[in-house]
Design a protein around this ligand. Structure first.
Ligand SMILES: Nc1ncnc2c1ncn2[C@@H]1O[C@H](COP(=O)(O)OP(=O)(O)O)[C@@H](O)[C@H]1O
Ligand SMILES: [Mg+2]
Length: 350
């Protein structure tokens, strides 16, 4: 028995989930060792749970068994253990299966509008992607969908196949927004349950594929729509965005309470303090604490949550948002702040 012969046998093992291509061709065979009477095959099922792993393991055994003499010992090992079981389904919906390939579903929330929640969500998505993660972002702000403009994808129309919508891909991120289907004025008509259903569709009926992070730009506030969203989408937790003023404290409290609520009970990954200080472009070393210093830090301590990041007010952040080229794509202090935030989130999601 040579290694080559074993590889030939393994070419007979097809992966039904991948267009019936064989596992050698798919690069799933990590190693083959033949020692005396024993064959060991190491198969890479990927970081995410391959639902057909058991089936493939059995087929590998059978293929080798068929071609070798009696008494050969066969061992099939998985190269990387699936990290976690897929999340429990909370909505009995076939389309929900799409979300089983997503490791972390995280809401980006704020107690009120205008604190830069969408800016943080979009730039965090880009930064996570720059760090090598597979990322999607669903814009769940029906009342003010801003992802199309912030990513320069307005006017694009997502394709659909059967019941699934394909996200728009740009800057290494998969984007979905109600803004792709309705003009801003139109979206305003969608209130109450109708808005809620449309929203869920923007998240559940999307072909996200395999993702490390799916960020959800939540609508501002803490109303029924939020509770319903968090209940129906298997959200692992939330990142809270705030500005450092004292008035923001009360809003953050509402947001924190919402996720800690008995019925919701989701993890709060931490707080992002946006507009933490002002830095003029011509004096990048200078920090002006217009809204006071360390507001975010104190707030995080007060609620017993982590301060994940502090983002300065930089004119470029607004300009790049308006121009559809997120600041996180660049190399300035603003981009570094978002990359730092992304790194902290990756650590905290481990
Ligand atoms: N750190 C920042 N520096 C400069 N402008 C910012 C910053 N964060 C947000 N903005 C600007 O503030 C406005 C509101 O931000 P946005 O992300 O739409 O807030 P929200 O989603 O919370 O309503 C936008 O014009 C945005 O470009
Ligand atoms: Mg917004």
């Amino acid at each position: 028995m040579t290694k080559e012969q074993i590889y030939d046998m393994l070419r007979e093992v097809l992966h039904p989930g991948k267009g019936d291509r064989n596992i050698v061709e798919l690069g799933m065979v990590n190693a083959v060792t033949v020692t005396g009477n024993k064959v060991t095959v190491e198969i890479d099922f990927g970081e995410h749970r391959d639902p057909l792993a058991e089936y493939i393991t059995g087929s590998v055994r059978a293929a080798i068994y068929r071609h070798t003499a009696a008494g050969v010992e066969i061992e099939v090992k998985a190269a990387s253990k699936p990290k976690e079981e897929p999340k429990k389904k909370s909505v009995k919906d076939l389309t929900m299966d799409e979300l089983n390939n997503v490791r972390h579903i995280i809401g980006i929330a704020s107690g009120k509008g205008g604190v830069g929640k969408s800016t943080v969500a979009v730039n965090l998505a880009v930064a996570l992607s720059r760090l090598g993660c597979k990322v999607g972002l669903a814009d769940a702000d029906v009342y003010g969908p801003s992802v199309p403009i912030m990513t320069g994808t307005e006017g694009e129309v997502p394709e659909a196949e059967e019941d699934l919508i394909f996200p728009i891909e740009k800057y290494g991120v998969k984007w979905m927004s109600i803004g792709y289907f309705a003009s801003p004025g139109q979206a305003l008509i969608w209130r109450g349950p109708m808005a809620c259903n449309a929203l869920k569709q923007m998240i559940l009926q999307v072909r996200w594929g395999v993702l490390d992070f799916l960020l959800i730009d939540m609508p501002p506030g803490t109303g029924d729509i939020h509770i319903s969203l968090v209940n129906d989408i298997p959200m692992e937790g939330a990142v809270m965005v705030t500005t450092p003023q004292d008035v923001a404290l009360a809003d953050v409290e509402k947001g924190v309470d919402m996720f800690r609520n008995e019925k919701i009970k989701r993890k709060i990954f931490g707080l992002v303090e946006n507009m933490a200080w002002f830095t003029p472009a011509e004096l990048p070393e200078n920090k002006y604490y217009i809204f006071g210093k360390d507001g975010g830090k104190k707030m995080a301590e007060h609620f017993g949550i982590d301060l994940l990041g502090q983002i300065p007010i930089v004119q470029g952040i607004r300009e790049s948002g308006d121009a559809g080229e997120p600041a996180a794509l660049g190399s300035g202090p603003d981009a570094l702040a978002f990359l730092d935030l992304a790194r902290k989130l990756i650590d905290s999601a481990q």
